[in-house]
Design a protein around this ligand. Structure first.
Ligand SMILES: O=C[C@H](O)[C@H](O)COP(=O)(O)O
Ligand SMILES: C=C(OP(=O)(O)O)C(=O)O
Length: 461
């Protein structure tokens, strides 16, 4: 059984992308406080999610993991949280109904406050300051005071995550996510959206199907509540260690800052502190895999993080870029599958497709995003493996951060509502459009193979 790694042991491991706090005593004081606080999530919830992700790995379900690139403390309001849920629930409804595949819903939410950066500093004119690394570390404002690394912010991460999780739990279990309200969500949310008609037709079909079920006497809780889980990149070693708890039922360790934790592309070194910290906890884990990944690297990570091959433990989130996905992905999947492991394969079509627009905005093109998703489905179809999910940076707001999509946003449009504090997100329309793209691929995969789930399982026996 693993034990909680000590502060000293953790600090002695090789690490990158961490804050540099000038006052170590202040850091230790904050860590002391965090260690005493209650867990944000419960071990049993993490186990439930792991069981659902085992279904994803086995081809029986699809993962939708989405949310902000970087959450901010200021945006922790009821309206914002509601909006974040709405976009993801609407996408999930499209995928579940159109593709007839259960969708596991996980937010990049309630903890996504720290960002790895390519450069340590940012220069504007003749002023150079520390780069913004997420509200967990420093402020977005371009001033010396705001950009200083402040450990007290870790307490704000805890409190903001707790407030967000509290409302998310209330919303998804308290009737807000009732499927019978699909039309109401539609009225509030999809109105004026360019995908309104497609969504409206789908919502009417769902209404008819539900009315039929109710007329037949089916009254099921699963129609009125939803399971929604929280995930974030476990980037901040001190914070994640301080929120590690021993589960009193099993005496296993859990990272209690979120249900699912992932290791980013930049911090997944086999001998690094992130892998060492997360291999000890029993949560479901994600690992980002970028375009230089080989099958051997993926297998070594899997062996390190999931030596016992626990169903649902490991999700590989590939973020290869539209131009590379068809070349790089097949060998990685084939290599891992050849070991006999079952991992969940999830496509992040955002992080390999970032570029700088002529006017200086960091952006992504919807066409590239959709192309990577299609490439991901193509590769899985060729290999006969299960395209297990989608991981996207998105928002329910009408921002203008990614170009293209049904509204055909141009680079000139980016300035009108560019609100992200780090990477560009799909807006409401683009998110729903992507959901329809995925649903079409899932449906055609199903129709092409009669019953892919049964076929998949038959192949395993
Ligand atoms: O979200 C991922 C990274 O934090 C982000 O892409 C880094 O961006 P940068 O290259 O602007 O530092
Ligand atoms: C930093 C991120 O991604 P990656 O590690 O894939 O670059 C992210 O998803 O926020």
């Amino acid at each position: 059984m693993s034990s909680i790694i000590s502060r000293e042991e953790l600090r002695a491991l090789p690490f990158i992308q961490q804050p540099s706090y000038p006052d170590k005593t202040a850091l230790d004081r904050t860590i002391d406080s965090l260690e005493r606080l209650p867990p944000l999530v419960f071990a049993g919830e993490c186990d439930d999610l792991r069981a659902k992700l085992a279904d994803v790995a086995e081809g029986r379900a699809f993962l939708l993991q989405g949310g902000d690139c970087a959450e901010t403390f200021e945006a922790v309001t009821a309206d914002n949280i509601k909006q974040k849920l709405l976009v993801q629930l609407s996408m999930a409804v499209v995928m579940t109904y159109a593709a007839q595949v259960p969708v596991v819903k996980v937010g990049r939410i309630a903890g996504q406050y720290a960002k790895p950066r390519s450069k340590d500093t940012e220069t504007r004119g003749d002023v150079t300051l520390p780069a913004y690394r997420g509200d967990a570390i420093n402020g977005f404002e371009f001033s010396e005071a705001a950009r200083a690394h402040d450990p007290q912010r870790l307490m704000d991460v805890y409190n903001s995550s707790a407030a967000t999780l509290n409302l998310v739990r209330a919303f998804v279990k308290g009737g807000f996510a009732n499927l019978r309200g699909v039309h109401t969500w539609n009225a509030q949310f999809v109105r004026d959206s360019a995908v309104e008609q497609e969504y409206e037709e789908l919502a009417s079909e769902i209404d008819r199907a539900l009315a039929f079920m109710v007329a037949c006497g089916v009254h099921d809780d699963s129609l009125s509540t939803v399971d929604f889980y929280a995930s974030h990149e476990a980037l901040l070693l001190e914070y994640e260690r301080a929120l590690t708890r021993v589960d009193s039922r099993s005496e296993q360790l859990y990272g209690c800052s979120g249900h699912m934790l992932w290791i980013g592309e930049r911090t997944r070194q086999l001998d690094g502190a992130h892998v060492e910290l997360l291999r000890r906890v029993s949560n479901p884990l994600g690992v980002k895999l970028g375009p230089t990944t080989t099958a051997d690297v993926a297998i070594a990570l899997a062996d390190q993080l999931d030596p016992d091959r626990i169903p649902g433990r490991l999700t590989f989130i590939t973020r290869l870029g539209a131009s590379k996905v068809r070349d790089v992905l097949p060998d990685v999947i084939a290599g891992v599958e050849a070991t006999g492991r079952k991992v969940a394969w999830v496509c992040d079509p955002m992080h390999g497709n970032t570029f700088e627009a002529a006017n200086g905005y960091k952006t992504r093109s919807f066409a590239d995003v959709a192309d990577e998703v299609n490439g991901f489905f193509d590769v899985h179809e060729q290999l006969g493996t299960w395209p297990g999910g989608l991981h996207v940076e998105l928002t329910g707001d009408d921002v203008t951060e990614c170009v293209g999509g049904v509204m055909n946003l141009s680079e000139a449009d980016l300035a009108s509502r560019y609100e992200t504090v780090c990477d560009p997100r799909l807006n409401r329309n683009q998110s729903l459009e992507l959901a329809f793209t995925v649903a079409r691929r899932l449906r055609s995969g199903r129709l092409g193979r009669e019953n892919p789930v049964q076929e998949f399982r038959a192949k395993e026996l």
